[in-house]
Design a binder for this molecule. Structure first.
Ligand SMILES: N[C@@H](CCC(=O)N[C@@H](CS)C(=O)NCC(=O)O)C(=O)O
Length: 221
């Protein structure tokens, strides 16, 4: 049985974009799994994790980290070759979407939610988060979010616009079928929604909204 070490916050809120990618894939595949709520500081200095981040899974006697590697493992182990949604034909495109989401979509979300995250953290994580993120942003999470919300450009809307444009041409991000690209992007959008009200998708992005609603059924979000 798969055990997923899943980032958790206050009141057991699960908010990691990368963990959601894996939960959406497991739901889509109807694979039974259990989650172990894990806060940031439980991962730190823990020999079980070492350098590994969340999500980390164990599956029987193996341990895997990094959402893309975990997704590949799940597909390769549990799904027949011809039905896999990560395969030789689409892997390069999936790498592209994965990196685009991490560098552009996730950054555009973080700009708008960095301080709101503090309010949903497990109490044990607040000091660690403030210190590590202040170092990364060069300012406190509060100043970082305030600064970005005041900017005239809204990078999150730019990303929504990009996704909406793709979905005007096709039903799913890579064509007419669900692939792991759906889980990647939906995981990021879910992260924003779980922690803040600042990344609601605007009504004008009709195709993106319809795509998200449609996935609620197959991915259980
Ligand atoms: N590229 C990795 C990123 C994983 C990642 O950064 N996870 C975050 C949680 S959302 C983490 O574990 N952060 C640890 C920390 O900031 O201390 C993946 O796709 O799994």
């Amino acid at each position: 049985m798969i055990t997923l070490y899943d980032l958790s916050g206050k009141n057991d809120l699960r908010f990691s974009p990368y963990c959601w990618r894996i939960k959406y894939l497991l739901n889509f595949r109807k694979i039974i799994y259990q989650t172990k709520p894990t806060c940031f500081t439980e991962r730190l200095n823990n020999v079980f994790f070492g350098d590994a981040r969340l999500p980390t899974i164990t599956d029987d006697d193996i341990k895997i980290s990094n959402s893309f590697n975990i997704a590949e493992h799940i597909e390769n182990k549990y799904i027949d070759n011809d039905k896999r949604i990560i395969n030789a034909e689409n892997k390069a495109s999936l790498y592209f979407i994965n990196d685009w989401s991490d560098y552009f979509l996730n950054t555009s979300i973080l700009e708008r939610v960095a301080y709101d995250i503090v309010n949903v953290l497990d109490n044990r994580d607040i000091e660690y988060f403030n210190e590590s993120r202040s170092k990364r942003f060069g300012m406190s999470p509060k100043d970082f979010q305030d600064y970005n919300l005041k900017k005239s450009e809204n990078n999150f809307n730019k990303c929504c616009n990009f996704l909406d444009k793709i979905l005007q041409k096709q039903s799913y991000l890579l064509g007419e079928n669900i692939t792991y690209a759906e889980m990647i992007v939906l995981g990021s959008l879910t992260w924003g929604e779980k922690v803040s009200n600042n990344t609601k998708i605007e009504k004008k992005f009709k195709r993106l909204t319809a795509w998200k609603d449609k996935l609620a059924i197959s991915l259980g979000h």
